[in-house]
Design a protein around this ligand. Structure first.
Ligand SMILES: C[S@@+](CC[C@H](N)C(=O)[O-])C[C@H]1O[C@@H](n2cnc3c(N)ncnc32)[C@H](O)[C@@H]1O
Length: 259
């Protein structure tokens, strides 16, 4: 690893903070009680961070998403941690009966609506259902969808790094929300297989997660998912064009649940 691999994250932190700090301060001036609600404050910050970073990241990963999401997402699609709803543009309107963005940060919902509508998913035509729950709220998700195992496809893009108790929450989503025979696809940053990189990921995570809504860069999410007993088919690989010393080590996965 070179020095910029180890310390480059500080530059990203500085850049994100310089973008989000002013609008976040303005929000505090409008609503000072935010200072007593650190989680709500962190979500305001994240909205501004993602409005700057989200479109660029989406553009840079377009090829990966077209190969991963477009051919595999069908029927009722649950987009875990939908952010601004960038996933909508990778869905084929004729194969997807309902787009269900799961996004606990309600400040992002207007943008989800806008992106979804551009691709044929609206509440008026019955093809959009925005849920403001977290991935851990399995019971609420199921009751909003009319029962257990009602989802044909689960999509997770850069989200499993932020959810609480990720292993248990994923197990619950796969067991109780995904249909037998359904598909799960992810594009996530995970713990690096290289020990030196993994050490730096571990080192920076406590600081990084404070700024980015709980985002942990040191989770071996791919290993947890691989080891789960639900799969009839599983396929996962690293993002090949990414330097090995990179702190954000991305993986791409496609899984089919046993029928
Ligand atoms: C880095 S953004 C990615 C957004 C989107 N998937 C994309 O690729 O543009 C992570 C998202 O996860 C959401 N999130 C945070 N905690 C969550 C939870 N417990 N359950 C579901 N989503 C969560 C955040 O609000 C944020 O929108």
């Amino acid at each position: 690893m070179n020095l910029s691999d180890k310390l480059g994250i500080l530059h990203q932190l500085y850049f994100a903070t310089s973008i989000a700090i002013l609008p976040t301060c303005r929000a505090v001036l409008r609503s000072p009680s935010l200072l007593l609600r650190p989680h709500a404050l962190s979500r305001v910050f994240m909205v501004h961070v993602w409005s700057q970073f989200g479109p660029g990241i989406d553009e840079n990963t377009q090829g990966i998403k077209e190969a991963l999401i477009t051919p595999n997402a069908h029927g009722v699609v649950l987009d875990v941690g939908a952010g601004y709803g960038h996933t909508a543009k990778y869905l084929q309107a004729e194969r997807v009966t309902k787009y269900v963005p799961l996004e606990p940060n309600v400040l992002m919902h207007d943008e989800i609506r806008k992106h979804a509508a551009e691709h044929g998913f609206t509440e008026a035509n019955g093809k959009l259902l925005i849920l403001s729950y977290g991935a851990q709220d399995t019971n609420l998700i199921n009751s909003a969808l009319g029962g257990e195992n009602a989802v044909d496809s689960i999509v997770a893009v850069l989200t499993l790094c932020s959810i609480p108790s990720p292993k248990e929450v994923c197990e619950s989503l796969f067991e109780r929300v995904l249909k037998p025979g359904g598909t799960f696809v992810y594009y996530e940053h995970v713990q690096s297989p290289r020990e030196d990189v993994a050490w730096w990921q571990w080192f920076w995570t406590p600081l990084w997660k404070k700024f980015f809504d709980g985002c942990c860069i040191d989770r071996p999410t791919h290993l947890w998912i691989d080891a789960m007993p639900f799969w009839a088919e599983k396929e996962s690989k690293r993002q090949e064009d990414e330097p090995e010393g990179h702190l954000f080590h991305h993986r791409i996965g496609k899984y089919v649940k046993k029928a």
